[in-house]
Design a protein around this ligand. Structure first.
Ligand SMILES: NC(=O)c1ccc[n+]([C@@H]2O[C@H](COP(=O)([O-])OP(=O)(O)OC[C@H]3O[C@@H](n4cnc5c(N)ncnc54)[C@H](O)[C@@H]3O)[C@@H](O)[C@H]2O)c1
Length: 339
């Protein structure tokens, strides 16, 4: 049975990825620091699987991370561990620099030694479309320059550059993926969709930044995880792969779609109304990826249509009310990063 390390596996995408890997009969070691955005609720389904293990470890803990990787001997490391909320990076960028840049540097140093002794191994570094900055027209392909706008995006951009420099200089077997906005079960409600669902379920107004016209490309989390597996199985060392759905929607459209879905499933309260709030500083207007490369070269494409995915997502949060209870209320409702 092949062994895989997932870092950041207590978070949103990492826990969905572990679920997929276990279904595909891989053994998985989850390495996570346990920050505010990790949640043991996310791993309940597979907690007792004999093929799943968890170690609490910060990417910056050199000796513990080194020992974990050398002892487990993974055929692949998916690196998803990161600080991920743009508003938090505006409020206080330091943890982003520590985890997303220094943490990745540390992982790379360990992987450099590990991959020399384990030639068939791979490192898949998971990044974001935010590194390209505002794409007002058209779609950004893998050759586009990096122009990150927020400290979060800049920290991810730095880590992508580090990974690619290690491929070139030390010949490590690594690949970088840049994905668009994910949605689905198990996402921290500081992020748009689970926050709107929380407010709908709790009869609260629906806060929308600025004029609501900021456009993002939305992908269902399982589609992203399947793309990551494909990149591990067929991806070429040293390459970057964009992963997107080609489906852009602005925040207002997301909000309206969610209200419509909610009205079909439950009786919603009278306070559930859109409320425009002060915009995020430096808020990018639009991200949009050109994902032809992964489609053509690796034969991956999305399976989940947006409205169906949103419906599934709404129902998951509706049926898992204990999920919201497991998270600090302040982390859900407090607005941060306004400067
Ligand atoms: N959510 C999206 O829409 C999206 C889109 C594209 C790319 N990404 C990238 O995917 C990855 C996962 O994102 P997510 O939305 O699941 O994030 P998340 O915030 O839900 O989870 C991140 C996890 O990483 C862990 N972590 C943070 N710092 C760590 C450290 N120093 N050492 C070990 N663990 C640490 C946290 O405890 C948490 O469990 C990130 O790298 C993010 O940049 C996310």
């Amino acid at each position: 049975m092949k062994k895989i390390v997932v870092t950041g596996g207590l978070g949103f995408i990492g826990s969905n990825l572990i679920e997929l890997l276990l279904k595909k009969n891989y053994r998985v070691l989850n390495i996570d620091k346990i920050t505010y955005s990790s949640n043991f609720y996310n791993t309940l389904e597979f907690l007792k699987s004999p093929n799943y293990k968890f170690i609490k470890c910060d990417l910056n803990n050199k000796s513990k991370l080194n020992e974990a990787i050398f002892k487990y001997k993974p055929i692949c490391i998916f690196n998803l561990a990161a600080e991920t909320h743009v508003d938090r990076s505006i409020e206080g960028p330091e943890s982003f620099i520590k985890s997303n840049i220094l943490g990745v540097f540390n992982l790379l140093e360990i992987f450099r030694k590990y991959s020399k002794k384990n030639k068939k191994t791979r490192l898949i570094h998971i990044s974001t479309d935010e590194v390209y900055g505002d794409i007002l027209k058209g779609r950004s392909h893998e050759g586009f320059p990096y122009r990150p706008s927020s400290p979060y995006a800049a920290s991810k951009a730095s880590s992508d550059h580090l990974v690619s420099s290690y491929v070139r200089t030390y010949k490590i077997p690594a690949i970088v993926t840049n994905c668009s906005n994910n949605y689905g079960p198990k996402q921290h409600p500081e992020k748009l969709i689970p926050k709107l669902i929380y407010n709908i379920l709790n009869n609260k107004s629906l806060p929308i930044y600025g004029n609501g016209k900021n456009s993002r490309e939305w992908i269902y989390v399982v589609d992203h995880c399947e793309a990551l597996l494909k990149v591990f199985q067929k991806g070429k060392i040293g390459e970057f792969y964009n992963i997107g759905s080609n489906k852009n929607l602005d925040n207002l459209e997301i909000c309206e779609s969610l209200i419509k879905i909610a009205k079909e499933k439950i009786k919603i309260g009278k306070n559930v109304k859109i409320k425009f709030v002060k915009d995020r500083p430096g808020h990018d207007v639009r991200y949009a990826l050109d994902s032809k490369k992964i489609l053509v070269k690796l034969g991956w494409k999305t399976k989940v249509n947006f409205i169906k995915g949103l419906e599934k997502t709404f129902l998951w949060y509706l049926r898992n009310d204990r999920y919201y209870k497991s998270i600090s209320k302040t982390d859900i409702v407090k607005r941060i990063g306004k400067i």
